[in-house]
Design a protein around this ligand. Structure first.
Ligand code: SF4
Ligand code: SF4
Length: 439
């Protein structure tokens, strides 16, 4: 019955996502957070996890999903469905309602909630936590919510500023949910006997005190053996002591955030050093207790060369799943001249036809198709609308990092010049911002 609803997704019945600000969303792909009855954002700062879980907002979302209605927060999945791409909800529905060993329990959970005014009796069993913005990198497409290095960078933080804290008084002003022991122990750990998955991302989890505390606590409580851990890591570091503790868990999956080979990765993921990343990727590929998926964020900076990274992942016997970037819009694959997009499409289609990795890893094929579909969309207008912004952003970051777009990515640079654009070096956002504020 549920699968006849095109908008049904299992996540609002099992999953809980918390931003660094404590704002709660349906999942990491959700474009909007939950809101309370007055329209203000819902988060642990103003409501307990238990209350948010069965709040009016959550029940309304569940009701609309069952009825086949579209939900603003799930626009990304709807858009991907409309484009013939494979949306994230298809992946989660498949994983939890077909392949999971307890899939019957999750089906029952949904059915019972429908009889009970969409209230879910059990608590979440799959947590996606963003415990702050401690990170050692300031990747071009990221923002200050997820990277303290960007927040501290006067220039980059002007392009990618931090979201305001949400209103609420459950913990003192200035303190954070991931530092509040009562939130952590009483609310997130309340359902620990039934919890199945913790996914830690947002910043770099391997240097985040919350991650280390969580790992120790799960081992101490003797529940680690039944917990699946997922991390999203840039793998610029490989702390042996943390990896030793991970052996205690049911399974561990690393989504490795690498965006290209050598100079391409160093350009996008500043100040990562390829030497370290490559060494750590080889090290983790030899770790029998850990599964890995390379998850590059596909953007205009790397789409022309992304197949090199897929091949490198394959040489380490790792899967690669491409994530298509949607924000910031000036880094999207749509923000490229037509001939560059056509070349990117040709390279990806040829790869789909010829690479043995595509047959070995079906998810890879689907994710390549998604990028191709994105490249084929209404492309001329987004490109013309954003090219000036793209040049200014790129110049700003190049200057402040002593990097060079022209030297690192000459192919895309030449496409832009041939398309009739002058690569201006005159202005940057600092000057623009100063001008605007003095007007
Ligand atoms: S439908 Fe998509 S965006 Fe919405 S909760 Fe599911 S996976 Fe997330
Ligand atoms: S590693 Fe991740 S969190 Fe850190 S800056 Fe890069 S994208 Fe952002």
């Amino acid at each position: 019955m549920l699968l006849t609803s095109k908008t049904f997704c299992i996540l609002p019945w099992i999953h809980f996502f918390i931003e660094p600000s404590s704002e709660v969303k349906l999942c990491c792909f959700s474009s909007e957070g939950l809101t309370g009855e007055t329209g203000s954002p819902l988060g642990l700062k103003n409501m307990s996890l238990r209350h948010i879980w069965n709040s009016v907002a959550m029940k309304d979302i569940r009701r609309r999903m069952v009825a086949g209605e579209r939900i603003g927060a799930c626009a990304k999945c709807d858009r991907e469905s409309d484009l013939g791409q494979t949306p994230a909800r298809a992946y989660y529905n498949n994983l939890w309602l077909e392949n999971d060993r307890e899939h019957e329990e999750w089906e029952l959970r949904v059915a019972k909630s429908i009889e009970n005014n969409l209230e879910v009796t059990g608590l979440p069993v799959y947590y996606d936590l963003r415990p702050g913005n401690r990170c050692n990198l300031k990747c071009r497409m990221c923002n200050a919510d997820y990277s303290c290095r960007i927040r501290e960078d006067a220039l980059h933080s002007k392009w990618a500023h931090q979201s305001p804290d949400i209103e609420g008084s459950r913990f003192p002003e200035g303190s954070k949910w991931y530092e509040a022991d009562d939130i952590f122990l009483n609310e997130i750990m309340e359902n620990i006997q039934d919890t199945r998955v913790f996914y830690i991302s947002g910043g770099e989890p391997l240097i985040n005190p919350f991650t280390l505390k969580l790992i120790d606590l799960l081992i101490e409580l003797k529940v680690a053996r039944k917990i699946v851990l997922h991390f999203s890591s840039n793998l610029t570091i490989y702390p042996e002591d943390v990896f030793a503790k991970l052996k205690n868990f049911e399974s561990v999956l690393f989504y490795i955030s690498v965006d290209g080979m050598g100079p391409v990765n160093e350009y996008i993921r500043y100040p990562a050093k390829w030497f370290n990343v490559e060494r750590n990727m080889k090290e983790i590929s030899q770790n029998p207790g850990i599964s890995c998926i390379i998850t590059p964020t596909v953007q205009n900076y790397n789409v022309l060369s992304i197949t090199d990274l897929i091949d490198f992942a394959g040489s380490l016997n790792m899967r690669c799943n491409l994530n298509t970037l949607f924000a910031p819009h000036y880094l999207s694959v749509r923000a490229m001249p037509g001939p560059a997009r056509r070349l990117a499409i040709d390279r990806l289609l040829e790869y789909l036809e010829k690479s043995s990795l595509v047959k070995k890893f079906p998810d890879l094929a689907a994710s390549i198709h998604n990028v191709v579909m994105e490249l084929k969309q209404d492309t001329q207008k987004p490109y013309l609308d954003t090219i000036a912004e793209f040049i200014m952003f790129t110049n700003d970051l190049d200057r402040s990092r002593n990097q060079s777009f022209k030297d690192t990515l000459p192919e895309l640079y030449n496409f832009i010049i041939k398309d009739g654009h002058t690569w201006s070096t005159e202005e940057n956002i600092m000057l623009t911002t100063e001008k605007l504020s003095s007007e």
